[in-house]
Design a protein around this ligand. Structure first.
Ligand code: CUA
Length: 309
């Protein structure tokens, strides 16, 4: 949050530093006064308690310290806050890329309606351009947050919230669900990958294509396992018989993704095999049941999924 890489996060970080600075000044002042008061109290301990030596001064201190100063500080904070919260959610004139993200327990469905792309947990954006996010929720309230790029935006069932994000530098930015949504709220992460425009267009073209045909006999067996086992009840792979489901993430280009289980594990063959056999071991409470397969079938399935670039 304090290493902003986009205009939204930059103005939020600036506001945070202003609040932090004011807080430090006020805290230091109050603590200093408290120490001074404690020392003076000790010095005058044996003076008669019924007489205030300077009633006018105490009164002035209360009015200045208790009314005037807080009013000034709060006015500064209100003006500074309004200068950030309205521009930060303002609509940019050009919105060439629109991305629809739906929060599920505990993963992110990602759609690019203009590019005909469906993916999950990994969001490519062109660098240096404002991108429009339309945010939905399937089940409970989630919150979409990429700390280095922008503030949080809630995802509420039955509502569409709009958010504009821009990344000024290419890179991979971690996102996180920021609204407690259940057992695996903490393991509901995603990545925003900001790349130059040409690279983004190439990525979208590749993601739009149906799944690659398996090349080896083992991978072909893996595809048959996927369609015949329980996988296809929840996951789609476009270009196969598992075309429409959508309960779980679309896996058409699963092999191109960095992580498994919404940022839970790196996408390696070992983790993938473990995840398929018993996803509950790594992410208890997620909706994927253990899948009972022979070790040959499991190896074939891992080979097939890894090849879905
Ligand atoms: Cu989704 Cu917390």
């Amino acid at each position: 949050m304090l290493q902003p890489r986009g205009p939204g996060a930059q103005s939020i970080a600036d506001l945070w530093w202003l609040m932090f600075g004011l807080g430090v000044v006020i805290y230091t002042g109050v603590v200093t006064l408290a120490i001074v008061a404690a020392i003076r109290q000790r010095q005058t301990h044996f003076a008669p308690p019924d007489k205030d030596p300077a009633p006018g001064r105490s009164h002035a201190l209360i009015v200045v310290g208790g009314v005037i100063m807080p009013t000034i500080v709060l006015i500064i904070l209100i003006v500074a806050t309004f200068q950030v919260i309205f521009p930060v959610e303002a609509h940019p004139d050009e919105q060439p890329v629109v991305i629809e993200v739906t929060g599920h327990v505990y993963w992110w469905e990602v759609r690019y309606p203009d590019h005909d792309v469906v993916t999950a947990n990994e969001i490519y954006i062109p660098v240096g351009e404002p991108v429009t996010f339309r945010l939905f929720a399937r089940d409970v309230i989630h919150s979409f947050w990429v700390p280095e790029l922008h503030g949080k935006m809630d995802m509420i069932p039955g509502r569409v919230n709009t958010h504009y994000i821009q990344a000024d530098e290419p890179g991979v930015y971690r996102g996180q669900c920021a609204e407690f949504c259940g057992l695996q709220h903490a393991l509901m992460a995603f990545y925003v990958v900001a790349v130059p425009r040409e690279e983004f267009d190439a990525w979208a073209l590749q993601q739009r294509a149906p799944a690659l045909e398996p090349e080896t006999p083992l991978a072909q067996r893996g595809r048959d396992v996927f369609v015949a086992a329980s996988c296809a009840y929840c996951h789609a792979i476009r270009g196969t018989d598992a075309e429409t489901p959508g309960v779980g993430p679309d896996l058409t280009h699963f092999g191109s993704r960095m992580s498994i289980g919404a940022g839970t594990l790196p996408n390696t063959p070992g983790h993938l095999g473990g995840w398929i056999a018993n996803a509950q071991a790594s992410k208890p409470g997620n909706l994927m049941p253990p899948v009972q397969l022979s070790s040959e079938d499991l190896l074939a399935l891992v080979e097939y999924l890894r090849g879905l670039q």
